[in-house]
Each structure stands twice: as structure tokens, then as C-alpha cells.
Design a binder for this molecule. Sequence first.
Ligand code: ADP
Ligand code: ZN
Ligand code: ZN
Length: 730
Amino acid sequence: MSRTVLHIAIPSPLRRHFDYLAPAAPVEPGCRVRVHFGRQQLVGVVLGTADGSTVPLEKLRPVEAVLDASPLLPPDLRELLHWASAYYHHPIGEVYAGALPVALRQGQPAQLRGLRRYALTDAGRAADPGQLKRAPRQAALLAHLQRLAAPAAADALTEVAGWQGAMPRLEEKGWVLQDDTPALPPAVTAGSDTPPALGTAQQAAVDAVGAAFGRYAGFLLDGVTGSGKTEVYLRLIAQALAAGRQTLVLVPEIGLTPQLLERFRRRFPVPIAVLHSGLADGERLNAWLAARAGLAPIVIGTRSAVFTPLPRLGLIIVDEEHDPSFKQQDGFRYSARDVAVVRAQKAGVPVILGSATPALESLANASTGRYVRLELPERAGSAIHPQLHLLDIRHQRLDGGISEPLYGVMGRHLERGGQVLLFLNRRGYAPVLLCHDCGWVASCRRCDAHLTYHAGHKRIRCHHCGTERPLPQQCGGCGSHDLRPIGHGTERVEEALRARFPAIGIERIDRDATRRKGSLEAKLERVHSGEARILIGTQMLAKGHHFPDVTLVGILDADQGLFSADFRAGERMAQLILQVAGRAGRAERPGEVLIQTHHTDHPLLRLLIDEGYGAFAAAALEERRQAELPPYAFLALLRAEAPAAAVPLAFLEEARQLAGGLQPEGVLLLGPVPAPMEKRAGRFRAQLLLQAAGRAALHRLLDRWLPLLEESKAGRRVRWSLDVDPGEMF
Ligand code: ADP
Ligand code: ZN
Ligand code: ZN
């Protein structure tokens, strides 16, 4: 007897779908179902139906429940997910799960939820907060609501301390009413901004992309920081809006600043769906559903937003396309930038990749004509490019990681009323704690790494596994008390700055200093108000922020990126230097950038400083061509890890032999070798690199190889994963 069988994508590491018996009523592909899977109950997505199964019917289980009456995921998105699963060789069930907001993955209903909002009554609008002298919180809340002038959701009230307690009192007085109508995700304020007249290059970019509406075309918008790329996006979004189309805007993880959102909201009086990992599950669900229903014409989000269903998609923008955070580093290791390009091709819409420092891959694509290159060579308005200079610190005394010449220049800028931004990509006080008597170094027991000394918390911490301990009073080797911090992190620089400039406001911006909610905003506010005049920070500073009064940028250690096992380290360093430099002199004040290095003759660094990113990129690309590295070759990295060092190596050796048996024409197998940091979080890691001159040859091998790896017995003793187009080589 034949029965209808459902093919279901279930989050499991197995690279296949699973069969279940269909319920009596038909279920469409794209609907979620709840099923028993082993001893668990899981939520899966229906991929399709069949009249039978390769598994005997009596062994199949029925689905427990159908969760959606109509498909949650439309056909175009499912097609994209299948493409991604095939390209990244990642299990389809995990790809589907990764595309859904957590609330939907857990089986919650796909319904926009009412956002509770609070609206002032006429009496509330007329009331005088000054009357409430004995209830300062109520007074503050009332004044805040009056300023907002529109019904406010909870997220607009958090700046009033204790608002939850004060709100019921205002309701009792008849001043506030709750309004629970289903709200679109973010509060909508009227677009009030008048756009500036475009410069010639901006206009040309807008015209070129505008002419491609309605078909696929890839554009690389290559323009220095402040050249008006965002303005180009805004104009094109306006065109898409006018045509009734949705725009998807992808930004890096730390690029989604309140400033950027504010700019979009001021320009467009429409609901904007915002999708990033900092949202509560309910907020994220609302934003996703609003995008899927076509209610939000603009969708801005980080990496995973590339998988948002968009029924009226008209344009895709990837801002800061070079940013490494577009590549997921664990689980489903996709590149959101690359998926965005494929999505644009499939949907037949234009895609813009924008950056001041394009990825070498994107530049190569532009030079072969796969992307149209649009350049914005000048800064918009009257702002001037900052001047970059190398500062030779060989033989120089460093105080807090800062040389005397740099202190001198800082003093001049501060005297003239400028602000100074210092960049050091290392948090904590010092990366090493050393015994001066015997040379012992505090290191992590679970990783091949030193522990970083954090003075603020008086602890030592591993930046790789999170292990931490109180600051030791004695050497772990000889018992001496003479333990000394070696090297500099941002905390130590801050300490030195406070000693040098006791009268000047200093803010440190890094992950440790901004952990508390709202603290980053408070720090940025003190910078913008001029209360703080010196900023010291990590790459958190490099993106999205505008500091119009910063006239001097100091890069404290350019050498970090020059010597690394990762072939992309030089590219990353150049991008970071220019991104940080781009924070300076955005207004009428010209900026100056000083870069401390021990290697003033380093050829790539020299090219970057003397001739700019374009010349640097051309030389770096030539090196890649000679070394047969991306974009002139295609890589896949098979990683394995286990609690004992020999186990992952044995699995990878077997994997290598299995690949050899498949006659991998055109694919070079390199390794296996231990990872550059072999031990991490108590596990030993090793890797096998696949290198091919052509993408097709690589994927032909992977298609045949992975099923063998899944069958491997040695494979069950390790955790292994495949990374196609790896972003990092460890
Ligand atoms: P980018 O995204 O390339 O960093 P933005 O679009 O943010 O550049 O522009 C930098 C600054 O210049 C912003 O303050 C913006 O409002 C302003 N701006 C952009 N285009 C113009 C223009 N055509 N005329 C005047 N000001 C402009
Ligand atoms: Zn010692
Ligand atoms: Zn560790």
C-alpha cells in the first residue's frame, strides 16, 4: 500500500532529509511540522512529498503536528537555501534552522505580536511634569512621553530609570493609555530629512544602479570613508520605494549603529525591519514577519538577514562588504555577502557591494567584469582626506605603548581643540604576565595561549576559551612575587593617558568597557559633546561611527598584522588602518593619521601609505596570484578536533586517503597539519586544506568525498566540519 510521505528538513548533522508519514490533510512544502526524532521532539520544515520511501513504511513515524497552515518559507527562499546547502556542503536541516528566527525554530506561531505601546491622553499632553515634584520618576516619564509625541514602545522608554514602576501611576491619573494594536516592528518617525544635491560621481553611481532595476547586475561601490556611499544607498532605496519594492541592506555586526538607523529613519517615513542578534526573540520574530509579509519596505540586518523572505525584493545592498563578520565562523559557515550576490542573481535584482577598502576578491571580480565598478574618489561636501604617515618606533621609548613623537603631536592637536583617537586592537591591560625571576608566564591550561591580564577586574583571562582566574600573587614556577605585565592592551594605554593628561576627558571603547547596556551610547555621547577629548579603543571604533572633531588618529601597533600565519592578515590590517583613519577629519578640519611601526620599509605597508589602497590591493593580488591563493584559487578546509592530539590527525589522514581514492583531478590536498593554535578550549585541532584552480573541480570532489567522511569510523571520534571559502585559516 502506498502512503504519502513527507520529506522533512530537520536540524541534524546528517546531510540528508528525513521521511515521515503525512497527515490526512495535505501539507505544502515550506510549512513547519513537529516530529519525533530519536528521543527528541524537533521542529522541521517540509521540503516535499512522495508516494513512498526507501525506508519500509511500517518503520516511518507520523508527523506530530503541522505548525503552519500556509508555507512559512516561499519557494524562492527555499531555492536559495538549497543552493547554500549544496555550495557550502552543509546539512539542509541546519541550513533551514539557521534561516529562521529562534521563536519559529522553537515552534511558536508565525504571527505578528502586538507590541504594547503607551500613548498620552489629551489630559496627559496638557499635564505639567513640574506638578509631580514628589514623584521625580513619574515627572521624568511624563516629560519623556511628551517629548516623543507619538505612542512609545518599551524600547523607547528604557532611558527613563524606573519607568515600569511609574507608568501605572500615570495610567491611574488618566494621562496614559495602553494601546495593544499589532504594531509594525520599530517605531515610525516621519522622514524629515532633505537630501543633499548629489556630486557628479554619486549621481553617476545612482544612475548606473537605477538603470539596472528589474534585472540582475552586480556593482562594487568603491569610495573612501565619507565619500557619500550611504547617500547613494539612500537615493536608490528611495527609487525602490517609489516602485513599491523592498530593499535588503546588510551591514557588519558592529556596523549597525544607532546613528545609521537614525539616518534611515529620518529619511524614510516607512516601517524599517531591523534584524540582528542583539534583539529579543519576540522583536526579531516581528521584524522577520513584517519583512516576509511585505509590510516593511526596508530591511536592515546583519549576516543572517540575508535569508529573510522578501516578497517584493527590488534591491540588495551590502555595506562594508569586506568585513569578515559577513562570514559565519561556526556551524553553517556561509558568507552573507556571497549569498547576497547569488540571491540577487536568482531574484533578478541589482546588488551593490560598498566599501572604502573592498575585499581583494571583490576587486578581482570587478576587474574581470563580473561586477561594475563605481568609484567615489572624493569626500562629500567640504571634508578633506586625512594624511597618513608612518612613525618609526625602533629605539623609541614607549610609555603606555605610545612614543614621545606621538605624544607631542597629540599635545598639539589637543591644544588646538581637536580630539584624538587611538587605536589598538588588543583589550585588557597586558597580553602577558611574566615572572621576572624565572621567566614563567601565566598561560591557559586549556589552550596554547597566554592569559591576558585585566587590571580593572584584577583577573587573568584567556581570550580564546574564556577561562579566568584571580590575579596570581606569586609566580606559578618559583613562587617569586615579582610578576610583571608585558606588552600593552587598551587598559594600560588608558592608564598612561590619564597620567599624562590628567585634565582631559578620556574614554576607552572596547568590549570590556561597553558590556553594560547603554554604556557604549553614553561613551559616544561624551565624545560627541566634547566632554571626552581622547578616545582609545579596539576595532569597535573602526566602523560606522562619525567623529567630526577628531583631527588626529594614532594607530599604536601596525606590526600585529604583518607577520601572521593567515594569508589574509595583511589585507585585514590595511583595511583596519584605513577604516580607523577614516574616522578623522570628516568635517572641515583636516585629519592627520600617524601609524606606529617597527617596519617602515615593509613593502606593502609603504604602498598603502604612499599610494593608497588601490596600489596596495594590486600588489597584494599579484602576491596571491603567484602563491595560487584566492581569488586565483578556491579553498576548502576540513577541520577536526578531539581531546587527544593524535585522533583528529588520524581522521584527517584517512580523509586524505579517501580523497586520493577519488582521483581528485585539479585539487591539491595539503596536510593534515595541526592548527596554528593546536590546543583550544581543551581540544586538539588539526586541518586538511583543499586547493583547486577551479571551483567546479573542487565541488566535484566534495560531492563525492563527504558521503565517505560521514561513513568514516574515525570521523565519529572527532568533531569535524567543512569550511568552503574559509575566511580564516585556523
Ligand atoms: P560614506 O557612507 O561613504 O562614509 P556618507 O554617505 O555617510 O559617506 O557621507 C558622508 C557625509 O557627507 C555625511 O554627513 C553625508 O550627509 C554627507 N554627504 C553625502 N553626500 C553629500 C553631498 N552630495 N553633498 C553634501 N554632503 C553630502
Ligand atoms: Zn618565577
Ligand atoms: Zn583558553
